[in-house]
Write a new protein. Structure first.
Length: 298
């Protein structure tokens, strides 16, 4: 069966698309988890969060979508059916600004159990960025292929993203996809991976919107899976990832949150009561990704 990713249709089981493997078999063995994270570039963990708490957090997002007039008024708000306009929503803010409308969301991603997990995985006291990236993606929406390092690379490079879906998400709804082996794309890491979007002002920050080009040119294979509320996937700054397109009429609600050792340098854009976030990116004429890639020779 084929799934849409950007403008491409990828067949499951082909050279371009396969299934992610979960790591629940070693969930309590942190030495093995750390080794697998380095080997595979990601950890897929089923039932990591409390499912009921995740679904309560989902209701917070649906409430806000309803207030924004983004839901279909003829359907139950609990379904998350997209209304006229088909508009996505982003609530990218610091935790203090999110706390009024999204307390359950913050309880999920800042949970003591989550922090304890990262303490053990990283072998030391962990911290999480105050800035969070929750979003609701409308029909047709997807994310192009990118490394996270280009957005948050001014502190330690050992930062980890946790992607949390706030619903049961089928592949048709636009699941996250990893490019297996991309953490070892040395030429890409030494060129694109050295970019800073605030310094270099490259449009989108995505390396490519063509998943087939990535595989044909650099190798690897895209991998994804269906997710249930409570599942997460954790990956490092040099794991190229993207998403399948949401081809349904319901919002895909998910979040990105970041974690690192508290003892290591922190990118100042993403911490504090009022994190400044991206302060220069997009403020002046942007350089196209095509032009940047030409300069990088990649």
């Amino acid at each position: 069966m084929g799934y849409q990713m950007g403008q491409s249709i990828l067949e499951m089981g082909s050279k371009y698309l396969t299934k992610l493997r979960d790591s629940n078999d070693i969930i309590n063995d942190f030495e093995s988890l750390a080794a697998r994270l380095q080997e595979d570039g990601y950890l897929l963990l089923r039932g990591f969060h409390d499912r009921e708490l995740v679904l309560k957090a989902r209701n917070e997002f649906l409430t806000q979508l309803q207030k924004m007039g983004r839901l279909d008024p003829n359907e139950s708000s609990e379904q998350g059916v997209i209304g006229n306009g088909n508009k996505s929503a982003m609530w990218n803010k610091g935790a203090e600004d999110l706390s009024t409308d999204f307390p359950r969301f913050l309880e999920v991603v800042n949970n003591p159990a989550v922090m304890s997990f990262f303490d053990q995985l990283l072998d030391g006291p962990a911290m999480t960025y105050d800035f969070k990236w929750p979003r609701a993606i409308a029909k047709g929406g997807n994310t192009g292929a990118h490394y996270d390092i280009v957005y948050m690379g001014r502190g330690t490079k050992n930062v980890y993203t946790m992607w949390t879906p706030f619903d049961d998400i089928s592949l048709e709804k636009g699941t996250l996809a990893m490019c297996l082996g991309s953490q070892h794309f040395d030429k890409m890491k030494q060129t694109y991976g050295e970019m800073d979007v605030d310094r270099d002002n490259v449009a989108t920050g995505w390396f490519s919107e063509d998943p087939i080009e990535i595989v044909d040119t650099f190798g690897g294979q895209w991998a994804t899976t269906e997710f249930n509320a409570g599942d997460v996937i954790i990956f490092g700054m040099y794991m190229m990832h993207a998403s399948l397109n949401n081809t349904t009429n319901e919002y895909r609600i998910s979040s990105d949150t970041r974690y690192q050792l508290a003892s290591e340098p922190v990118d100042e854009r993403w911490v504090g009561k009022k994190p400044k976030g991206h302060y220069a990116w997009g403020k002046t004429k942007e350089k196209s990704v095509a032009q940047a890639r030409k300069e990088w020779g990649i």
